[in-house]
Design a binder for this molecule. Structure first.
Ligand code: PLP
Length: 403
């Protein structure tokens, strides 16, 4: 008998969890499913800037060998310059790691830090890969509350109350997936203070930093202190609409003199996976030279902004559904009023919705939200598809309330 390792026993990643298996079965049986479950822009008609594709094409021949385990030096230099221009003082190209997507770097950064029983503070709701990688590394994921009634801002008292001698890191996802919250400079400074006081590593997942709506401003966390060890994560998947290229970067900044051993661990893990995909690193070089590519989509007349507005308006019209309007990212995280919908198990709800309406969402508890009364909806599909899906979701919920 071949069984999976005990290490995987408590690891879960519901964005691609059991509901997906049922969706795949239905698709194989010829059913058409409206997929509002994954933040993958390409299937919805978004294309990466031409410069990225051209860069891969032009450099394909010279990309046949492995490169430096941390990534192509010119790409790392560009990343380092990019952050220095934003006020990050203490980083260098030696402290930049290019990976096969941010996902790989999240995994490496936690494997290199966490011992069995160490604790990592993560937001609830979270992007669940952070929890999965913490648990896989042997750590305990300790979730801090983000307050829906306060625009999903982190609850600083809850964070402080959950710090123990075993706490090693604090994860901040800004702009946030799944809530769409964007944090103020004051909030980020307060989080930096907590990390400083308790000697925590700050993990700043900023993959949506350029996907901002209305008057939202993003403040890179690494620029807010010179001393706190900060790991910043970003990449091509969202802002450059190129998730399939699997390109992400990790920048270590702050007082790295106190983190030599950790950096050595990161280096070792980078070496062990040899290097990131080389052709795509050329796309990264082109991307950082052209940061404005997604901007038109975010203007009030742009496709992403309009789809966010449409999805928000339609959801808000459903009786018993309320939602904080996202200021960033690609998702809505509406609340289904427990007084109207008696939901005991939100995974069953999502499964039932899939079977009855052929709409695929992700349940809120899949993001470690503690109560079964939220779902995440991706607003990448074009307006007519979004409108159809949310109208059908509303009919389904009306039926649920009456049953
Ligand atoms: N971090 C967050 C907050 C995300 O939402 C995602 C993907 O959805 C990732 C990281 C992973 O991105 P990548 O495609 O670079 O692995």
């Amino acid at each position: 008998m071949h069984t999976k390792s005990a290490k995987l026993k408590h690891v879960c990643y519901d964005i691609r969890g059991p509901v997906i298996v049922e969706a795949a079965r239905m698709e194989a049986a010829g059913e058409q499913i409206l997929k509002l479950n994954i933040g993958n822009p390409a299937p919805f008609g978004f294309t990466a800037p031409k410069a990225l594709l051209d860069a891969i094409g032009a450099n394909l021949h010279s990309s046949q060998g492995y490169c430096d385990a941390k990534g192509l030096p010119p790409a790392r230099e560009l990343i380092s310059n990019h952050y220095q221009a934003m006020g990050v003082n203490r980083t260098s190209i030696d402290h930049i790691f290019i990976g096969n997507g941010v996902s790989e770097l999240i995994q490496m950064s936690l494997q290199a830090l966490v011992d069995n029983g160490d604790e990592i503070l993560l937001p609830a709701p979270d992007y669940p890969l952070w929890t999965a990688c913490t648990v896989l590394a042997g750590g305990n994921a300790v979730h801090y509350r983000c307050d829906e009634s306060n625009g999903w801002q982190p609850d600083l008292d809850d964070i402080r109350a959950k710090i123990t001698p075993r706490t090693k890191g604090l994860v901040v996802i800004n702009p946030n997936n799944p809530t769409g919250a964007v944090y103020s400079k004051e909030m980020l400074l307060a989080l930096v203070d907590i990390a400083r006081e308790h000697k925590l590593v700050l993990f700043a997942d900023e993959i949506y930093d350029q996907i901002l709506y209305d008057d939202a401003v993003h403040h890179p966390m690494a620029a807010l202190s010179d001393d706190v060890l900060t790991l910043t994560f970003n990449g091509l998947s969202k802002a450059y609409l190129a998730a399939g290229f699997r390109q992400g970067w990790l920048m270590v900044s702050g007082d790295t003199s106190k983190a030599r051993d950790y950096l050595e661990g990161l280096n070792m893990l980078a070496n062990m996976r040899l290097c990131a995909n080389v052709p795509s690193q050329h796309a990264l070089l082109a991307a950082l030279g052209d940061p404005a590519s997604i901007k038109p989509l975010l203007l009030p007349t742009g496709r992403l902004c309009q789809q966010r507005d449409l999805a928000f308006d339609l959801l808000s019209q459903i009786e018993g559904v309320s939602c904080v309007k996202p200021k960033g990212g690609l998702y809505l995280f509406p609340r289904l009023d427990p007084k109207r919908f008696a939901i005991n198990n939100d995974e069953s709800l999502v499964l039932d919705l899939l079977r009855k309406e052929r709409i695929l969402l992700v349940q809120g508890t899949g993001f470690h939200y503690p109560s079964p009364d939220h779902v995440r909806i991706v607003f990448l599909p074009p307006p007519e598809v979004l409108s159809d899906a949310i109208t059908r979701f509303g009919h389904y919920l009306d039926g649920l309330a009456e049953s």
